[in-house]
Design a protein around this ligand. Sequence first.
Ligand code: ARG
Length: 585
Amino acid sequence: MTSILEQLKDSVSNALVAAFGAEMADKDPLVAPTNNPKFGDYQSNLALSLAKPLKQNPRAIAQSIIDNLEIDDMCETPTIAGPGFINFMLKSDYVGSLLQKIQPDERLGIERVESADKVIVDFSSPNIAKEMHVGHLRSTIIGDAIARILEFRGYDVLRLNHVGDWGTQFGMLIAYLREAYPEALTTADALDIGDLVSLYKKAKVRFDEDEEFKQTAREEVVKLQAGAEDSRRAWKLLCDQSRREFQVIYDLLDIKLEERGESFYNPFLADIVSELDEKGLLEKSEGAMCVFLDSFTNKEGDPLPLIVQKTDGGFNYATTDLAAIKYRIKEDKATRIIYVTDSGQANHFAGVFQVAKKAGILPESVETVHVPFGLVLGKDGKRLKTRSGVTVKLKDLLDEAINRAKNDLETRLKDEERKETPEFIDRVAQVVGLSAVKYADLSHNRTSDYTFDYDKMLDLKGNTAPYLLYAYVRPQGISRKGNIDFSKLDNKTNIVLAEKEELALAKHILQLEEIIKEVESTLLPNRICLYLFELSQKFNQFFEECNVLNAEEPQKTSRLILADLTARTIKLGLSLLGIEVLERM
Ligand code: ARG
């Protein structure tokens, strides 16, 4: 449905035109939800912003707008506050009728976009033969949430894993395989080359210590790029092994991704460089082929280049991204391309987008967005490391969260003198542990660094996954206790919202659509987390103040509907974050 916010905006715009003429039609009505119920549910600052251009007292402007508003069915008569704010208070009947409308709908009334435009979300994107680190974990969690939100809204989303499966590191790795596992280059069978990270380390040692090895490595790159069969085979072996390791993490986190690594764009790189040349953008600088960027300068104030071809003829990360943009627009027909990487790559993407625009590869009609995120810090405020100081293995990190969740649960069961099966305990621990990690990441504004803290993320109180999961479980408990099937509640009963806790909860439920639409453009999933956290708090307040199962009709059914809608809203909201719910915990 059209959200309340959109309806209010339309009404205010219409009233403005009615009061001050058609030239006002394109003015932003400046309506926003209030954060203090004292000022009603929504507020508009429009009258204040018009005081100067209209040369009138803002309170008088506000009054003229109010006089022309047609919103009697939605709101109480709007009031003017302070210098000229217009405050809107929703009518409880209206709120009740909206709840009734969304109750039978699986999507809870949240509309789909009109045209299913193609959106690419480029996320996760680890590098072959290197460790998938916490930065990739953030990209995976945030990218997946963004993809889910856009999918839910009805976009045609292509989830791409732009893995680093090409480049000079392969020369070194293949040269090492030739020495240590010569069969890797000849046999067609899968071969266990063990842990890739240690293989990488050993290859690097050889590369750094031995000039001759270095030379072989360089030759290997050339051979691989020329398509030599044995080099290709070794390369594929390395990629397959990495892929299996990454897949463990994706399976655990329930992440769907289509792999289209850097190597995919290799055939198009030379053309990209010629295209830049034809457009007159290419310049040779210290032997490398570059495009100089506007408004990117070094400390001396000289323009910075985007290097697209190195002195030795090899292409760069940026060249691949230019080719990828072209492919994604021409072949995939994407209208929006979203890149989820750490903030450290902001300049890379700004440069690539600028060059793509200049070269005519990226038209105005396509939006490219870098979605940057900050670092994952340990409790010491430094980059997350294990106690021994090495980078954390993602599998270990997730397992640890699950183990801790299990310990917490077992303690709780003992306290409550509850007996549960080992299957139940494992399942709850798995969901709680993994969702705690995901939620901790998503609930912070992604642009800032966040501190990885198991105790905090697993806390049953606070803005955490367990708190939300528990708020979902409570209504299920009501349904079990009262032997009530939520799906069979009488939708004809008018929903009565007499208590302030009921009304506050009801209004909050209805805001999900606004929030989702907002996140669709800001790509800040933490807004959904905050929404769900506040929803859970409001549900808990409602549940403390209002008796559900022992209430008289029609209140009882009303309250059951409220409980059910809360649960379904939490479930839907969490599903957009890639988090599943539990019926009991
Ligand atoms: N592989 C890169 C990294 O680990 C991330 C790739 C992001 N996507 C892209 N199209 N550049 O940093």
